[in-house]
Design a protein around this ligand. Structure first.
Ligand code: G3H
Length: 207
């Protein structure tokens, strides 16, 4: 079973380091969505045709660019980004300045830290569990379009990464993460500056 994970394209909040919310894609994010559409077309034999995605606008706008390439699209609120509660729609700098004690608690234990009125990574890992179980029981290849923290939580289930490492896994924007048979096979940066797709980790063939 092949699982391809990706974050939504760059949102209007990403360059400003604003946490959460429901922003639109930025121009760069829209460009990525179009590049992703071309990538799927160029690698159509290899690419999963079943898409599962979050309900947030930035994800829906990303999926909108390639929806006609998919056989099915399932929207699940269980794939919405980590709920940062009190800290939704503020920057990390504001989080530190306004709620220093909370910021420090999170820094010390990012896995179990629960935002006031929000969630922890442990909560998120449990929230995505039913989606993962459904995918595993069906055994079909899937393309999951979601968010940074959600992609980390999904990796906890699909690859069995060490739980302590989960909140720190690097999930770059505009990059596909390929998991096959429970192992992370590699990452593909889609539509880089020279418009070519770059295989970051050369351990598989995506032709
Ligand atoms: O809140 C949204 C972010 O994608 C999660 O990032 O857990 O590294 O702060 P963070």
């Amino acid at each position: 079973m092949r699982i391809v994970l990706v974050r939504h394209g760059e949102s209007e909040y990403n360059p400003l380091n604003i946490i959460g919310g429901d922003p639109n894609l930025s121009e760069k994010g829209l460009e990525f969505a179009n590049n992703l559409n071309k990538f799927i077309e160029n690698h159509s034999k290899w690419f999963p045709k079943k898409c599962i995605c979050s309900a947030k606008k930035r994800v829906q706008q990303t999926v909108g660019a390639f929806k006609n390439k998919m056989k099915s699209i399932l929207v699940s609120e269980n794939l919405n980004e980590l709920n940062a509660g009190l800290c939704e729609e503020i920057t990390y700098t504001q989080f530190y300045q306004m709620y220093t004690e909370e910021f420090t608690k999170r820094y010390q234990n990012k896995l179990s830290y629960r935002y006031p009125n929000g969630e922890s990574y442990i909560d998120l890992i449990e929230r995505v569990r039913p989606v993962v179980e459904d995918i595993q029981s069906k055994g079909e290849d899937v393309f999951i379009v979601s968010h940074q923290a959600v992609s980390r939580a999904l990796m906890a289930h699909f690859t069995g990464e060490n739980l302590e490492d989960i909140p720190h896994i690097d999930i770059p924007l505009h990059t596909l993460i390929v998991i096959e048979d429970g192992k992370k096979k590699g990452m593909i940066s889609v539509g880089s500056i020279d418009m070519s797709d770059t295989l970051i980790q050369e351990s598989f063939d995506f032709a």
